[in-house]
Design a protein around this ligand. Sequence first.
Ligand code: 48F
Length: 256
Amino acid sequence: MEEKISASIVATFFKKLQDYLSVDVAIVGAGPSGLVAARDLALAGKKVALFERRLAPGGGIWGGGMLFNEIVFQQEAAAILDEMEIAYADAGDGYITADSVLVASALIYRARQAGAVIFNSVSVEDIVCRHEAVCGVVVNWTSVTRLAMHVDPLVIMAKAVLDGTGHPSEIIHLASKKAGMSLDTPTGAVMGEKPMWMEKGEASTVENTKRLYPGLYASGMAANNAMGGFRMGPIFGGMLQSGKKVARLILDDLNE
Ligand code: 48F
């Protein structure tokens, strides 16, 4: 029995990895925007690999606000929650609340069920660029990077790469530093997020969701941070809308 269990895991995992060494879309970060994008792209028939540094995908959803595990959405986000059959409650004044554990687990399940494959405990540590376009990601086990082990990574090639890394905008930083990418900001560099202003931050998260460079897209807080948007805290409608928007942009480009 012992041999069978180990052999089954090794065989199925390596088949999965081999099948996803080359993908249509590599998503970095399984927060709300990355998970929503992953689902829509997979439903549209694209081959999607999602890389998440932590053991548990879900990003900033789980902890609600200050570990109170409820999160808030604008009423406009209800349609997206309905589409995914996620239960919520009316909080009045145009807002709704939902259990953060339910939302995190549902977004993960919906993305995976749609066909996106999630590689958890994997960190993206670099990008691949050719002819002034991003065309892949460089990956390693998070444990390897955390322990600073001197171990070379592997590479996943992708037609499109999405930075969904949240506040650090890690892939955008790499593209600025290593590929000479200039952003549409006053300095051309990553601006960094402004202080908390929920209303503005929510709107700018969706506005700032865009293609930043050939092959490189940004969603959620990564997009907002790069372009100098305001912080918004435990309200998540903008994150879901950002995931939807970036999936549409990527699909338009890939189907061109
Ligand atoms: O931050 P995160 O939840 O992404 P998001 O979609 O949503 C932001 C909200 O959660 C919240 C908010 C603003 O106040 O409303 O912050 O923008 O999730 C980002 C995920 O990316 C992973 C990280 O572990 C997290 O789960 N991540 C970050 N860098 C890497 C990464 C990397 N280099 N490789 C793999 N995963």
